[in-house]
Design a protein around this ligand. Structure first.
Ligand SMILES: [Zn+2]
Length: 545
């Protein structure tokens, strides 16, 4: 039983989304994305175009087993002058043996005659025959009416005859496509409303592009006018300005329009993770300002905003961040007020009186350090250490005397013409820990790796807590690029321990090794502090001093 408020979600990330410049997914990427879409509750997953490229063929040959989503194979209607039954293109599409087949056809008279060079009658026959043939071979057929809104404006009668032909030939869905992305929301609503008088809204879909930044608005307008299938891509990836962003569409349908999808209400909490998963596959940083799922979507920076959000989040949040699996972020920044600092301190478990003079001192210190290039937004552990050091709560777990790193590029191992030259790094660390002076040397594949190894071998005998610590991310950012190789460098390190706790630290210096050391040392100290490690004697022979 489906209610009139049920909207079917159709994802085109793996086909239309993949048209975006710079995307080159392999079969495994596509399989993993399809599984993630299925697990999240998407109804239709368009896998690609069989016969169009080797990756898509390999994908369909080893199609992932989906639990509830229906996999669809995309392609074009039959060629001019062939019968649908022996058209090689169509054979490849139905040959993928997916439960659903999606066929795209021309519905704009200008496009049929000029781009395809076909008579209007033959184009109608191509639609009718192809849909009927696909219907014989697959459980369900979706007809994508290409350039429908332009066609409707140019020759309304012909555009309607095209989709009626598909509908009558057995298409479960007729999807109206704003292929060039130039239509505005009021026009979309008007046309969909008119079409819905001939083909029921429960069989109408919408496919929008974002060329006027209204892909999402256009999609929602079509739903309001009766369409019940929405097509889009994760994070709106796609050719030119992209497709309609399915992530925002889903959140809006469920949180703003009271529509039902295949996603349970609490399943929406997986939305942020789904969106980030895609960026991971694209090897790019997620857009901070993305609606609902961006890191800044619920970030509060202005002092006034922060104090209001602390009283009641609804003062500056349109929905609770948890609803979409995102989180509230209180940003400490250059413009930070007293309330930001207090809120941040509370987040790391430090309760200070607002009138405490140390709050002001900490604020000044944060400002000065941010001016020098530190960024505490993504380095909570370093922020906590800064605050606790000022409060005298961080013991000196060790005292560094010196460190030295050395990078050597050796000649190929087996002489001229054989093997690659090897770059090796070595680090020496001298420090005092629990009253003992330690000198350690370690090798690594780079200077930071060697330094980490030397530091660890010096400390671990005294602090077994460090055994399960490992670095999971190391990011370098050049802050004053105009100075080229003499620029200031910021290093951010993310660490994890055996219990799955993660924390981030930051170091800034004109020297990348020094910046890395600072971030590394903070990572170690934060872990020792959190585990309640016993410090003591950071001076040589420090007899219980
Ligand atoms: Zn498209």
């Amino acid at each position: 039983m489906t209610s009139d408020r049920r909207v079917w979600l159709y994802d085109c990330t793996l086909r239309d989304g993949q048209q975006m410049q710079g995307i080159d997914w392999g079969v495994t990427d596509k399989q993993d994305i399809a599984r993630a879409l299925d697990a999240f509750g998407i109804d239709y997953v368009e896998g690609g175009w069989p016969g169009a490229n080797p990756t898509d063929d390999a994908f369909f040959a080893a199609a992932p087993t989906l639990k509830r989503a229906r996999l669809t194979a995309f392609g074009m209607t039959r060629r001019i002058g062939r019968s649908a039954a022996d058209d090689p293109g169509l054979a490849a599409i139905v040959g993928a043996r997916t439960p659903v087949v999606t066929l795209v056809g021309k519905t704009w008279d200008f496009h049929a005659e000029v781009a395809l060079g076909v008579s209007l009658d033959e184009n109608l026959a191509m639609i009718r025959d192809s849909v009927a043939e696909a219907r014989r071979r697959a459980e369900e057929v979706v007809f994508d009416a290409e350039h429908f809104f332009d066609g409707y404006a140019a020759n309304r009668d012909y555009a309607l005859r095209c989709i009626t032909a598909a509908h009558e030939a057995g298409a479960r869905w007729v999807v109206l496509c704003d292929t060039n992305g130039g239509t505005m929301p009021d026009r979309i609503a008007e046309v969909v409303g008119e079409v819905a008088r001939r083909i029921p809204g429960g069989q109408l879909g919408i496919h929008c592009h974002n060329d006027t930044e209204q892909g999402v608005a256009n999609t929602l307008a079509a739903v309001r006018a009766g369409a019940r299938q929405v097509q889009g891509t994760l994070n709106g990836i796609g050719e030119r300005c992209g497709n309609a962003n399915l992530v925002s569409i889903i959140a809006n349908l469920m949180l703003k329009m009271d529509m039902q999808t295949g996603i349970a209400p609490d399943g929406l909490r997986g939305l942020t993770r789904l969106s980030r998963m895609l960026d991971e596959r694209l090897n790019r940083a997620p857009a901070r300002g993305a609606a609902y799922v961006g890191e800044s979507a619920f970030a509060h920076k202005g002092g006034l905003h922060v104090s209001a959000v602390e009283k009641d989040p609804r003062s500056y949040e349109h929905v609770p961040p948890e609803a979409v699996g995102n989180r509230r972020v209180i940003v400490v920044s250059d413009q930070a007020g007293r309330s930001n600092i207090l809120a941040r301190l509370r987040e790391v478990g430090i309760d200070l009186d607002p009138e405490d003079r140390r709050v002001r001192r900490l604020l000044d210190e944060v400002k000065a350090r941010e001016f020098a290039g530190y960024a505490y937004d993504g380095a909570e552990a370093s922020f906590e250490l800064l605050a606790r050091r000022m409060l005298g709560q961080v013991p000196e777990f060790f005292h560094l005397e010196t460190f030295r790193t050395l990078v050597e590029r050796t000649a190929p191992a087996n002489g001229a013409g054989g093997g690659e030259p090897v770059a090796l790094a070595e680090a020496t660390v001298k420090l005092v820990v629990k009253g003992e002076r330690r000198l350690t040397v370690a090798e690594g594949n780079g200077p930071v790796n060697a330094l980490d190894a030397a530091l660890r071998s010096a400390l671990q005998p005294f602090y077994p807590e460090l055994a399960d610590l490992h670095l999971i991310d190391y990011k370098v950012r050049i802050l004053t690029p105009q100075d080229a190789t003499a620029a200031t460098t910021r290093v951010m390190i993310e660490s994890e321990d055996g219990q799955g706790t993660r924390w981030s630290t930051v170091g800034v210096s004109g020297n990348i090794i020094e910046a890395s050391f600072a971030a590394l040392a903070d990572a170690y100290v934060w872990k020792l502090l959190r585990d309640g490690a016993q410090a003591g004697g950071a001076q040589p022979g420090g007899a219980g001093a």
